[in-house]
Write a protein that binds this ligand. Structure first.
Ligand SMILES: Cc1ncc(COP(=O)(O)O)c(C=O)c1O
Length: 501
């Protein structure tokens, strides 16, 4: 069909099915001013305060008859976009995700239209491979490792641990992906008590069980204690419990600590376990020469997860897993052949149409059959800023966390709760006149006031019983004033509120 035929076809069937394919450019242009205004993050974030108003406008019954494209665009402009999520605001340091920068957003839009599926011989499929290779190069991972994009850190860890499970059960003569693991001897996963809870969920989904994830205590630097890990492995070996995987976290979500990967690699070898590194937040921290030595041993891991939708600020829905042995990964996740798909490809003929070949079979390496092209956003961002631009960002953010620590240390009413390793610095108000309970309550109130009335929005956490304010810098838009301003505001609010208390 040529484009004129397509238009006639669309018009002929346009009576009830109002779906428009002819005004893409107008549609995008009409929402661009609202998006641009939102992206400037001016004024207050009113989405929380006006919640009843916009919920009422949006929470309507299913329309029987479509209202058409213009009605949709109008509501997007007037109600949806202005009440969106402002975690890209330079003062927001609450999570390890942010809103995308322009090249990633443009690539994401391009992929939703021109690369709406990563199959087949086409440019978007190729960019999955190109960008995965770039990420390996950036992280200095062996070029032979198989990479695969996922929807984020949860599924990236699930995929890595799915490969671990395949490998571990094959060691005892079981193919878990074909026969399941019912009745097989117990396996355990060992990780620090600071491990992200998505690892426990991955264990649940994989049939290993949440309770089979052993939380190893951390040392004074909040890193997994090697002595405790070794003790536990020895004790379990005596009981006949096998280690499926050791999980090292490279950048814990609470504090940013990095487990002793090299020593964990030694123990994995000694006890016959798979070594998985969860670097969803912090794997890119390796780009900062000041902390790079902490990543020693990464090249000995069997799998590693990283999230471009965190520090690289790719549009959300962008995680990645690298696995040393592509064959194991494929045995764990391969799809059984399907006639409707396989039958459409040539066995050994020439590729004359994209339909003749699937390209790299990424659907055999993770959980999705159909999936968006995620690599194009990573490719776009890395092409735009280069390895050195990204490196500079990581260094800048790690320096922001160190700047917080310096300012806190020079302020008599503030206290560092956990020294920064990467781009997180946990601190609290402490004027030296209150009990631990009172301090915990006061710091929670300070955080609540920060969120409700200031432009500084950090998250909070609890470190060894102490409630802490936890700024985490991964947002490329953060400026130094946002960092120093946060420290000043915590100090002011703490002084004011402790007087009232
Ligand atoms: C260390 C770590 N692992 C895994 C995850 C989960 O990633 P996602 O939220 O993308 O699923 C996070 C998210 O904060 C994380 O920090």
């Amino acid at each position: 069909m040529n484009s004129t035929d397509l238009k006639h076809h669309a018009q002929a069937s346009a009576s009830l099915d109002k779906a428009d394919s002819d005004h893409l450019s107008d549609a995008i242009s009409s929402i661009l001013p609202a998006l641009t205004a939102f992206y400037e993050f001016e004024g207050e974030d009113l989405a929380g305060r006006n919640v009843e108003e916009w919920k009422q406008r949006l929470g309507t019954p299913l329309p029987l008859n479509g209202e058409g494209l213009d009605a949709v665009l109008q509501e997007l402009v007037n109600t949806v976009i202005p009440n969106g999520l402002r975690n890209g605001h330079p003062g927001f340091s609450g999570w390890v995700t942010t809103s995308p920068t322009s090249s990633g957003a443009a690539a994401h839009l391009a992929a939703s239209i021109a690369g709406s599926q990563r199959y087949w011989i086409q440019a978007f499929n190729f960019l999955e491979t190109v960008s995965l290779n770039w990420l390996k190069e950036l992280l200095e991972l062996p070029a032979t490792w198989q990479g695969t994009y996922t929807s984020g850190g949860s599924s990236a860890n699930l995929v890595g641990l799915g490969a671990a499970r395949q490998w571990a059960y094959e060691q005892i003569g079981i193919d878990p992906s074909s026969t399941g693991i019912g009745g097989a001897p117990p396996f355990r996963i060992y990780a620090s008590s600071e491990v992200h809870h998505v690892v426990n969920r991955a264990a649940a989904v994989l049939g290993i069980g949440r309770r089979s994830v052993v939380g190893i205590p951390t040392d004074n630097d909040h890193r997994l204690s090697i002595t405790e890990l070794e003790k536990q492995l020895k004790a379990d070996a005596l009981k006949g419990i096998r280690p499926m995987a050791l999980v090292a976290t490279a950048g814990t979500v609470n504090i940013g600590s990095i487990d002793p990967i090299e020593q964990m690699a030694d123990l994995a070898e000694q006890y016959g376990a798979w070594l998985h590194v969860d670097g969803a937040y912090g794997l890119f921290g390796k780009l900062d020469e000041r902390v790079k030595p902490l990543y020693k041993g990464l090249e000995r891991a069997d799998s590693a997860a990283a999230d471009p939708h965190k520090w690289l600020a790719a549009p959300l829905g962008n995680g990645v897993t690298f696995v040393r042995d592509a064959a194991i990964l494929s045995r764990a996740f391969t799809l059984e052949p399907a006639a409707y798909l396989e039958g459409s490809t040539l066995q050994d003929g020439n590729v004359v149409s994209p339909f003749d070949d699937f390209g790299v079979p990424y659907y055999d390496f993770n959980l999705d059959q159909s999936a968006p092209s995620r690599g194009v956003a990573v490719w776009a961002i890395l092409k735009e800023i280069g390895a050195s631009g990204f490196k500079e960002r990581v260094v800048r953010h790690n320096s922001f966390a160190r700047l917080i620590a310096e300012q806190v240390e020079s302020n008599p009413v503030l206290e560092v709760v956990a020294e920064p390793v990467l781009s997180i610095c946990c601190f609290r108000y402490n004027n030296g006149k209150m009990s631990e309970d009172e301090l915990n309550r006061l710091n929670a109130l300070i955080a609540a006031r920060l969120r409700s009335e200031s432009q500084f929005v950090p998250s909070t956490t609890v470190v060894k019983g102490r409630y802490a304010i936890r700024p985490c810098y991964i947002n490329p838009r953060v400026r130094e004033v946002d960092v120093t301003g946060l420290v000043e505001r915590v100090s002011e609010l703490g002084n004011e509120m402790s007087r009232q208390l």
